[in-house]
Design a protein around this ligand. Structure first.
Ligand SMILES: *Cc1c(COP(=O)(O)O)cnc(C)c1O
Length: 214
């Protein structure tokens, strides 16, 4: 049961940690069930799917985008979301800033960090994130809210822990270095298979799909 899953996970989350229900590939009815159980924060990873679902569900849902976002799809995504968690290139960042300027909106983003062993995973390395934040004033229509990351896809908990620790250490370092970035407070790590490890590594937001909806 979706409601039971949500309640079970929420009971284990420390105060201050948000549960993001990853609803990609799930039908509207499943999202409505989660909504009826009190869930208000959802995430999608495909522009078309988000644009189809968001208008069909209650308007007090807060949507985050967590998938790879091509700049030609920005207009399909940004009107619906309160945050883009998957900013993984300078080009995307500057296009988001341009959209914000045109629409008179400041867009909340997380910078996606690449720490996993897989080549295919998107994201920035430590020094690239650092460079972006040194130049944060170049992006007045972007609000830098923190970091997002994925661990290596493995059953080895110590590898996962090392990946999350790396992101978490960089997150702490950046918060110390840029205290003027007051919104920089979200560490989005942890999915269905590894969210308990992520909590031990300082996660402030877990992104959970399968363990809620499957
Ligand atoms: C699908 C997805 C999740 C959720 O994965 P589950 O294993 O189903 O919990 C989390 N984060 C991102 C970026 C995803 O694409």
């Amino acid at each position: 049961m979706i409601a039971d899953n949500i309640n079970r996970i929420k009971n284990e989350l420390p105060a201050g940690v948000q549960l993001l229900a990853v609803s990609k590939f799930r039908p509207i009815e499943a999202l409505q069930e989660a909504y009826d159980a009190g869930q208000r924060l959802f995430a999608e990873s495909r522009p078309q799917e988000l644009a189809a679902k968001a208008p069909a569900l209650p308007s007090d849902i807060e949507w985050h985008f967590i998938g790879h976002l091509q700049t030609n799809k920005l207009k399909m995504v940004l009107p619906y979301v309160s945050m883009v968690e998957s900013v993984d290139s300078l080009h995307l960042l500057s296009e988001i800033n341009s959209w914000g300027k045109k629409e008179g909106r400041v867009v909340n983003v997380l910078l996606e960090m690449h720490v996993a062993a897989e080549e295919s995973k998107q994201g920035f390395h430590e020094e690239e994130v650092l460079d972006i934040l040194f130049r944060s004033s170049d992006y007045p229509f972007v609000r830098f809210c923190g970091l997002m990351g994925m661990a290596t896809n493995t059953d080895d908990a110590e590898v996962v822990r090392a990946d999350f620790t790396r992101i978490s250490l960089h997150f702490d370092y950046l918060r110390d270095l840029f205290p003027e970035l007051e919104a920089f407070s979200v560490l989005s790590i942890g999915m269905s298979s590894d969210w308990r490890i992520a909590l031990e590594c300082g996660s402030t937001e877990v992104r959970i799909g399968t363990a809620i909806f499957a």
